[in-house]
Design a protein around this ligand. Sequence first.
Ligand code: UT7
Length: 334
Amino acid sequence: MSFARSAILGVGHYVPTKVVTNHDLAKLMSTTDEWIVQRTGIRERRYIEHSGIGASDLAIPAVDMALEHAGRRREDIDAIIFATLSPDHNFPGAGCFLGDKLGLHGVPALDIRNQCSGFLYGLSIADAWVRAGVYENILLVGAEVHSTGVEFNDRGRDVAVLFGDGAGAAIIGRATSAEQGIHALKLHADGSGAKDLWVEAPASAYVPRLTAEMLDAGKHFPAMNGKQVFRWATEKMPEVAREVLSIAQMGTDQVDLFVPHQANLRINQFVGQKLGIAESKTVHNIEKYGNTTAATIPLGLSEAWREGRCGRGSRVLMAAFGSGYTWGGAVVIL
Ligand code: UT7
């Protein structure tokens, strides 16, 4: 059986208004603007303005922007996929909260927990649903609130400086031309690196799930083996990019825009060089937003689209690597 391709019909993004610079963080922990810029490329990030704003709240303006871009209305959405590692609450998923806030009662909502690769994992599900005729207009969100989950002291400085809050959204539906659509998409995972970037507790594997000792030890904050993650990212991102380009039968010279996950400017410059993709064709916005995890790719694509760096018919390469380990790539014609 052959199915028509699915396509990204529209994208949107939103970041909270509170700008937190490296200098602001240097007042809270032993770090410097120079260290952060040299090692990561990050100069500032956005944080939610006050308590009570969850990932589902950040998603709403991004969703409305994506709907307008796609020429769809909220009531056209027939399924929600919400990629996040920072859901509003432990359960139910952020997709349920978002569906309620959008007035989409009865519309299915699926949360996925694939960290930095969350958007590509979600894209794969949406692609299969559209091609199989299960749903027509799928809302795919990547949104994170990291600022409430990192440690603003010397113990947490290696992670705290990296992450920011933000949201991206895409409407996935049937392609309207023979060229348009998702031409290749590959996902991978290797759990042997699961503890290189993780939050250990609360854990259903422990009795009790959370103790005062665990809190004292900071087990509820992310812990990262940065060097190891860096090594894997610089190997796996070019590898999966080549894999999807080969499936799409496309050379790197045919790529109009490269949208990599934004974890570290050095990682992305290295990946771009390895692939032979010019900086001018690569999206870098980590300087402004830090790592917004599941949001980085839709946020980067949405900004690039609005800046005129891509448009209908553009050939876009995406690649991500992160906690899990999970990684993936996609080649999409807009
Ligand atoms: O999106 C999810 C995936 N995440 C990633 O892809 C992150 C991948 N990893 C990285 O981007 C880099 O490993 C980091 C940016 C996190 C760290 O850079 P690094 O060059 O690997 O530094 P390091 O971890 O080896 O640390 C070097 C030094 C250490 O001090 P000593 O042991 O040499 O005395 C750290 O304690 O820098 C210290 N350090 C800091 N210094 C100032 C760690 N964090 C900070 C900080 N400010 N924020």
